[in-house]
Design a protein around this ligand. Structure first.
Ligand code: SF4
Length: 402
């Protein structure tokens, strides 16, 4: 058994998150130099890009995109800033964008305006000739950073040592995890899921085993398992900083779902009190949240679903409806702008964009496109062959399960 006590560490991406929370509603991009002034640790780039105004950057990106034509495709996650998402050829959540990445056989360059694990996924699903680029290499994801490969391997080995051949454990990882974690799942009869297909992925797993190790988001895992009829006392949380995840062998043997101790720093900000206030202030309000929110919040909300689900529910709703939304603020603001006939606001009155999505400033996009114009590929994301092979297996299972 490899279990050991480790010193807890908080990912830098999680620490930086609070620096972005503000009461000022204005999320308009400033020059990168000005944005650096709040003390962030982002990738450095040539000084000329740091000083260029957002308007000028916008013109430059437009021109570069036109010149690169069909050779280039830009994918943009819904949580991106307006100044970036406007250039996306395809917009979506991580599931939809991974489908787009798999379908783009023509483009030589795929520029991914999202976070690191998404660009890795695009690299795994694209052809070997295509090059996937992440404009800012420090655009990670705090949730993904909470599941480090060695810790997950220790956990996997520990649980299997305890349960032996009495049970069969299926590893399942949320899309929001590093390629190394997806690879571990692919290599061990497991699967990747997204918030759009987590229900179906649970069915897939229980057809093949009787326990699930769910990584890295405990909330998505708990909310999905509960929806599938699994009781809360059949689920435990694995703390990677404690021996045996903080449990006895007996508890591990009994548990049906083992949830990794990870969370999203954006979605765990939503609270029951915010829902109560929204209901008190607005009659006939619909509360809709993402399944990365806590169990209590999800159970109190009227609707819960993936980013695409939230978007569709609001866009398809009748004029005059009111929505309090528990997801990332850039997306909520955009939904409000694009649906002026409805009342749409974020549950949290403090404006907290996802700090790592926010790292894709238009200066980075302009920089990588200028590189391509000069024949230089900057910030290419390349997953090594073995990791790629097993991750692809787990991702193809994900794409086949709906
Ligand atoms: S919203 Fe949460 S899960 Fe999504 S990229 Fe940001 S930190 Fe990661």
């Amino acid at each position: 058994m490899v279990s050991k006590t480790k010193k807890p560490s908080i990912p830098i991406t999680e620490i930086e998150q609070s620096a972005f929370c503000q009461t000022d509603e204005d999320l308009a991009s400033k020059t990168l130099q000005e944005e650096f002034e709040i003390g962030v640790q982002w990738q450095k780039l040539p000084i000329s890009y740091m000083r260029t105004s957002p308007e000028q950057l916008s013109n430059n990106i437009q021109k570069a995109k036109k010149t690169l034509g069909q050779k280039l495709v830009i994918l943009g996650h819904h949580y991106q800033r307006n100044e970036v998402i406007q250039f996306a050829d395809f917009r979506g959540d991580s599931f939809k964008l991974s489908q787009f990445a798999a379908e783009q056989k023509e483009a030589e360059f795929i520029v991914f305006c999202g976070v690191h694990f998404m660009a890795e996924t695009a690299d795994i699903l694209s052809t070997p000739q295509q090059k996937v680029i992440l404009p800012n290499m420090t655009a990670g994801c705090s949730m993904s950073d909470m599941a480090q490969k060695d810790d997950v391997l220790d956990c996997w080995e520990d649980i299997n040592d305890v349960i032996g051949s009495k049970s069969s454990l299926i590893p399942m990882t949320y899309m929001n995890s590093a390629a190394a974690i997806k690879s571990l799942c692919g290599e061990n009869n497991g699967i990747v899921c997204t918030s759009s297909n987590a229900d179906a992925a649970f069915d897939w797993a229980f057809e093949r085993g009787d326990k699930i190790l769910f990584l890295p988001d405990q909330h998505l895992g708990r909310n999905t398992a509960y929806k599938k009829g699994i009781k809360l006392n059949e689920m435990i949380v694995w703390n990677p900083f404690k021996p045996l995840g903080g449990h006895t062998e007996e508890v591990l043997e009994k548990a049906k779902i083992i949830l990794w101790q990870g969370h999203c720093s954006v979605h765990t900000r939503f609270t029951l009190e915010q829902i109560r206030q929204a209901r008190e202030t607005h009659k006939d309000i619909n509360v809709i949240v993402h399944p990365e929110c806590t169990f209590d919040v999800v159970n109190e909300a009227d609707l819960c679903g993936s980013t695409e689900f939230i978007k569709k529910a609001i866009v398809d709703s009748p004029a005059g409806t009111k929505w309090a939304v528990g997801t990332e603020i850039s997306m909520v603001n955009r939904l409000a702008e694009e649906n002026p006939d409805k009342t749409i606001f974020c549950l949290d009155s403090v404006v907290c964009p996802c700090s790592t999505m926010y790292r894709i400033h238009p200066a980075y996009l302009s920089w990588v496109l200028d590189g391509l114009l000069e024949g230089v590929v900057v910030n290419q994301i390349q997953v090594d062959q073995k990791t790629r092979e097993f991750s692809r297996i787990a991702l193809e299972r994900m794409l086949s399960v709906v």
